[in-house]
Design a protein around this ligand. Sequence first.
Ligand code: ARG
Length: 347
Amino acid sequence: MQELKEYPKSLEGSKSLLAKYLTKEIFQELKDKVTSNGFTLTQAINSGVQNPDSGIGAYVGDEESYEVFASLFDPIIEEYHGFKKEDKHKSNLNPDDLNAPNPDPKGEYILSTRIRVGRNVKNIPLGPAISDEQRDSVEKDVSDVLSSFKNNLGGKYYPLNNMSEEDSKSLIKDHFLFKAGDRFLETAGLNKNWPNSRGIFHNNEKTFLVWVNEEDELRIISMQEGGDIKEVFTRLTIAIDALSKKVEFAYNEHLGYITSCPTNLGTAMRASVHIKLPNLGNSMDEFKSIADKYNVQIRGIHGEHSASEGGIYDISNKRRLGVSEVECVQDMYDGVVALIKREKELA
Ligand code: ARG
């Protein structure tokens, strides 16, 4: 990658947080800085420079990047998470502290519930800066640990570069397979050496999943049909606990769990449901204002940047940093309860 010498023109007119906070002065201050892994400003901002329609537009290559490029990342983090430089993150993975009786016991609205967290291995660069050998060793260590899991968490690891036609079909059918990253991840450097050293683990019951070397080195996922959000969270906390006994994750008191995208810092958690809300879907202004009030995000059901289909939406927590895991799930839960209430009134 050619190192930028001058302020990138494509940012002029872009509405990304990168364009907002990378002033020409900050660009000059940071352009020759580099982390001990050799990660540069040019690499950190390439995704936003190549994709001026980004919401954020920057990724880091290692934990140190958040320090070295702090004059760019601090204001991005402050605006996205409402979290200040001197604030401290907090963690709470105790399901007993969650107040979440099934909001839809008859199964009229919620199709499925999914909660994921991102994790990265301590002292190894993050995806945008990891070497092929390091990526390979992450895959080997993590898949060994996962393959040793027993009982409810027991299952099998499927490497992407060595997968039978049959396994691939069944993973696609279950929506477990992940694809090469989109243009945002591609330009962040996250597709390097694809599909090697990437893979998916799932338990036999198909309720616990780990993606290896996608946007983060681990994405730990708990999911099931219906709206028993507490059961999904409880399983996730058990899985996180089992994994963290064997793999040390990158974490610090200020930023919580370290992730390559600043939006995922802190809990690195996205707790979501797929939910039928056709009437709210027809009054999008009201839908959005309820979502804002409860700190939840509305997406389509085919992932980020996708549209809704058949009145089904993906609703998830928006806050992740400076709030605990329990609070993230509680945000989603409270939002879903409010949305179902309004959907009923509109019907
Ligand atoms: N880089 C993209 C943007 O700035 C996505 C940001 C959040 N999503 C993510 N998968 N990290 O719009």
